[in-house]
Ligand binder design. Structure first.
Ligand SMILES: *[C@@H]1O[C@H](CO)[C@@H](O)[C@H](O)[C@H]1NC(C)=O
Ligand SMILES: *[C@@H]1O[C@H](CO)[C@@H](O)[C@H](O)[C@H]1NC(C)=O
Ligand SMILES: *[C@@H]1O[C@H](CO)[C@@H](O)[C@H](O)[C@H]1NC(C)=O
Ligand SMILES: *[C@@H]1O[C@H](CO)[C@@H](O)[C@H](O)[C@H]1NC(C)=O
Ligand SMILES: *[C@@H]1O[C@H](CO)[C@@H](O)[C@H](O)[C@H]1NC(C)=O
Ligand SMILES: *[C@@H]1O[C@H](CO)[C@@H](O)[C@H](O)[C@H]1NC(C)=O
Ligand SMILES: *[C@@H]1O[C@H](CO)[C@@H](O)[C@H](O)[C@H]1NC(C)=O
Ligand SMILES: *[C@@H]1O[C@H](CO)[C@@H](O)[C@H](O)[C@H]1NC(C)=O
Ligand SMILES: *[C@@H]1O[C@H](CO)[C@@H](O)[C@H](O)[C@H]1NC(C)=O
Length: 456
């Protein structure tokens, strides 16, 4: 609890500063003891109900060791893995495929087609490792390592780990060495076009690039994950959600070199809660609108995130020139410690080697709420709304915000607004700079009143 000292450091503190010190302190205490108790009680998940209803009496068990896997981390165990999967896939009913505890299986890039008779639970009790050497991807898709597609009712769990062995990929990244041209690197674990998917209780380590991606999926629950990579590892996003509908991510710890969670490309109904993030780049919506694409990200509810030493806190980033919407997005119950750019909307995002041209179109950002955000900022600008000239942000909403400086010497923090319209309620520090415009659509807070994965 040493961090509670922040409020005391300036000798010229006004009473208001003391007020939010108390406020931060009480939030820290309640959140550490009760974790993140959501303000709204959400209904129980469909999955819980389905599970209790359909959990079968018997389940076939298949182990990688039944298929002559060695599990010493040196032998190529790809073939046994594929054979175990093929067998599991062809059986009727429920099947467990076990990656045994205490062993390490070296698996080369695999593309698993999920048109199975069975409903499979992949139990990773031990460790799966990738080949260290990027040359092993020669002639293969450089973006994939463990790739599952077209599965319905897959569960991946077991308490084991998946290690991408990414060091050689990181050294070859253009983000690490700017003289090297940019080239793709694998996402460790990808689920594409999967439905009714659960990914629980796993550790994902040192991925080549992103750790876990859900693309074109529906009804996904990811929980009790630990995602770990060095802060300096390039583009090692924790969990990436793209073109998905109905995703819940909860009870997860993410410490990597890029976004803890990123949500992009036509995704909706995403519910994120009880996440610890940092180091890393925070929780990001986007980037959206790159290369002039149209996209829509909406109905996102982020409730209960502890951000620690991250490069951003909660962020929406769009490229100039895009189109579509980022709307109905709520960030609530957020605790920040020494976060750079705690609250940021950046419609001038440009992550390319050459500078980006100014353009006249933009992804429309509207209906974005920040409620109950407390903590400390590592930068002077604690709130930044850099919105598009051609399509200003509308319906921004701030309620009960208190972000103070993480360092005594930097003094007060401030807000920056450009073309940003909206309203505030309750206590807001740093003071809001939002422009109000009653003609703009009345703000409605999206609280995920139904569970994200319900009713799809
Ligand atoms: C590992 O085994 C898989 C499956 O048999 C094979 O496709 C791959 O080429 C093997 N890799 C090496 C380096 O032996
Ligand atoms: C995770 O998996 C381990 C090993 O199977 C098990 O003992 C533990 O209870 C699981 N934890 C959760 C949260 O499911
Ligand atoms: C960057 O890459 C170039 C070309 O591959 C290489 O010569 C140089 O040593 C690398 N620099 C570092 C710092 O690794
Ligand atoms: C939050 O997640 C952590 C794991 O990251 C877990 O230990 C804790 O029990 C969760 N809290 C709640 C309230 O579920
Ligand atoms: C999003 O969906 C729209 C149609 O609904 C499509 O035109 C657009 O290409 C999609 N964008 C992306 C980035 O997938
Ligand atoms: C706070 O964040 C800054 C910028 O990321 C970093 O340089 C500094 O070491 C951090 N302070 C602490 C106490 O971790
Ligand atoms: C874009 O516009 C800004 C502000 O009007 C200006 O400072 C900047 O130089 C322009 N950039 C380009 C690439 O034209
Ligand atoms: C904001 O703070 C006020 C005063 O402490 C409190 O009455 C209100 O419930 C808070 N709102 C939220 C959403 O926590
Ligand atoms: C910090 O903010 C307080 C209260 O708004 C004000 O009295 C004080 O002058 C500010 N200090 C600096 C260095 O701007």
């Amino acid at each position: 609890m040493k961090k509670l000292g922040y409020g005391y450091c300036s000798s010229s503190k006004a009473t208001i500063v003391f007020f939010f010190f108390i406020h931060v302190a009480s939030i820290l205490v309640t959140q550490y003891t009760e974790a993140f108790d959501p303000l709204i009680q959400l209904p129980r998940t469909t999955f819980t109900k389905t599970r209790t209803r359909t959990r079968p009496r018997s389940r076939r068990l298949i182990s990688l060791l039944d298929f002559s896997a060695i599990g010493d981390g040196i032998h190529n165990d790809t073939q046994p893995f594929l054979e175990a999967w093929k067998t599991a896939c062809s059986l009727p009913g429920f099947v467990n495929v076990d990656i045994p505890y205490g062993k390490t299986f070296l698996i080369h890039p695999v593309d698993i087609d999920g048109h199975c008779r069975s409903k499979i639970t992949l139990r990773i009790l031990g460790t799966i490792v990738a080949p260290k050497d990027p040359a092993m991807w020669y002639g293969l898709n450089q973006r994939k390592w463990l790739y599952f597609h077209g599965l319905n009712h897959l569960t991946v769990e077991g308490g084991g780990s998946i290690n991408g062995m990414g060091h050689e990929w990181w050294a070859k990244s253009c983000k690490t060495n700017s003289t090297i041209p940019c080239h793709p690197a694998p996402t460790a674990l990808t689920f594409h076009k999967c439905k009714n998917l659960k990914v629980n209780n796993l550790t994902l380590l040192n991925s080549q690039q992103m750790h876990l991606a859900f693309t074109s999926c529906m009804r996904v629950v990811a929980s009790h994950l630990r995602v770990l990579a060095p802060p300096s590892s390039p583009n090692t996003d924790g969990i990436h959600i793209s073109i998905c509908k109905g995703v819940e991510v909860r009870d997860t710890i993410i410490r990597t070199g890029d976004d803890c969670i990123s949500i992009v490309r036509n995704s909706s109904r995403v519910w994120i809660r009880n996440i610890t993030c940092g180091p890393g780049h925070g929780i990001s919506i986007g980037s959206l609108g790159k290369s002039n694409v149209w996209e829509k990200v909406q109905d996102i509810y982020v409730n209960g995130v502890h951000l620690f030493n991250t490069d951003n806190g909660v962020r929406i980033k769009t490229w100039q020139g895009g189109a579509g919407f980022a709307s109905k997005i709520t960030f609530q119950n957020i605790l920040m410690e020494n976060v750079s750019n705690p609250i940021i909307i950046d419609q001038y995002y440009c992550d390319s080697q050459k500078p980006c041209e100014n353009q006249t179109s933009a992804v429309k950002v509207e209906g974005i709420s920040f409620i109950d955000v407390q903590g400390t900022s590592a930068t002077k600008e604690a709130i930044k709304f850099a919105c598009s000239d051609s399509s200003p942000c509308e319906g921004l909403y701030l309620e009960n915000i208190s972000i103070v400086s993480a360092s005594c010497s930097r003094g007060n923090v401030s807000s920056y607004c450009w073309q940003a319209y909206g309203s505030t309620r309750g206590f807001v520090y740093p003071p809001s700079c939002l422009l109000s415009n009653d003609n703009f659509i009345k703000q409605r807070v999206w609280l995920g009143s139904n569970h994200a994965t319900n009713s799809i």
